[in-house]
Design a protein around this ligand. Structure first.
Ligand SMILES: [Mg+2]
Length: 310
């Protein structure tokens, strides 16, 4: 991996580079917007990619929004978006079980978004919301639901010891599916408070269940398989854009997509310099093929391509 600065290329080469893709996979937070604030010109860039005939997929590890809620967020921030463009881990968790012709019930550690996606898939569930320790009710005594045949772990601000007890107990049966939405360790934030991400919760349940979860999000295989098998994307004609190297860029490296890092989110140039020198292959796989300060910096190139074709 080379980490070429797009701006160091001559203009003609950038146009050729942009023309070499049919499919654009883009992460959301840190690339298109920061929380609820769109990044400058990012929506124009994505909308122009689409106008130039490229297939767009929003690929996010976020498990707290449904596909429909993400479409709404995209549209509110001026990004064109349709149902099939959205790859989010709440929806993938439900579709994973649907593909297994799952007819039983799911114990969910997670948010309402997972519940809504399961409902849309016609799958029953329980576990959403607080489950706290009561002084006079031991947490190790609970009525096991015999219908539970899957456990999903996503982001859950009500994560608790009683939930761990239940998840690990259900997972003691090796026939019970174990799904983790994603492995992001922390949420990127500006101040000096650490907000544990879903990966911390998944790891916690994995340890007490003594099993590994099947992970829906980047950089793991399931999302790549859905993109290749359901949507027939061709890796060699696909560009993966992201701000976080150990998820977005590693995802691209593993499945043969060209990778572009933007510096508006989690990973920085100094991280890349460190990983380039790393003794470990996995860290060297964090190094993107290309980088650019911000997605919006591609706008003038795309405008030129648009003028050429119209
Ligand atoms: Mg991101």
């Amino acid at each position: 991996m080379s980490a070429i600065n797009i701006k160091s290329l001559i203009r003609q080469d950038v146009l050729k580079f942009l023309n070499s893709f049919d499919t654009i996979l883009t992460d959301c937070d840190g690339v298109l917007w920061l929380h609820t604030t769109p990044l400058p010109n990012a929506s124009d860039v994505l909308n122009l990619f689409r106008k130039l005939g490229k297939r767009i997929f929003y690929v996010t590890n976020n498990s707290t929004k449904t596909r429909d809620e993400l479409i709404e967020k995209c549209r509110n921030l001026q990004f064109e978006a349709y149902r099939d463009d959205i790859m989010c881990t709440a929806n993938l968790s439900a579709s994973y079980l649907q593909n297994k012709a799952f007819t039983k019930k799911v114990y969910v550690i997670g948010s309402q978004a997972i519940a809504k996606e399961l409902e849309l898939a016609g799958i029953s569930y329980c576990g959403i919301g607080p489950d706290v320790i009561h002084e006079n009710k031991p947490y190790h005594i609970f009525e096991k639901d015999p219908d539970i045949s899957a456990v999903i772990v996503g982001f859950d601000e009500h994560f608790s010891y009683p939930k761990m007890v239940k998840a690990a107990t259900y997972l003691n049966d090796p026939n019970v599916y174990f799904i983790g939405t994603n492995t992001d360790e922390r949420f990127p934030i500006d101040d000096d408070v650490v907000i544990p991400g879903t990966g911390s919760l998944v790891r916690c349940v994995e340890i007490c269940a003594e099993r590994k979860a099947v992970i829906m999000g980047k950089p793991e295989e399931y999302m790549a398989k859905v993109l290749m098998e359901r949507y027939k994307i061709e890796p060699r004609r696909t560009l993966m854009i992201g701000d976080r190297c150990n998820t977005d860029i590693l995802f691209g490296t593993r499945y043969g997509f060209t990778t572009l890092l933007v510096l508006t989110g989690v990973s920085s140039l100094s991280d890349i310099e460190k990983w380039k020198q790393s003794e470990q292959q996995e860290e060297r796989d964090f190094v993107p093929n290309y980088y650019i300060d911000a997605l919006g910096d591609l706008l003038s190139y795309l405008e030129e391509l648009d003028t050429e074709t119209s």
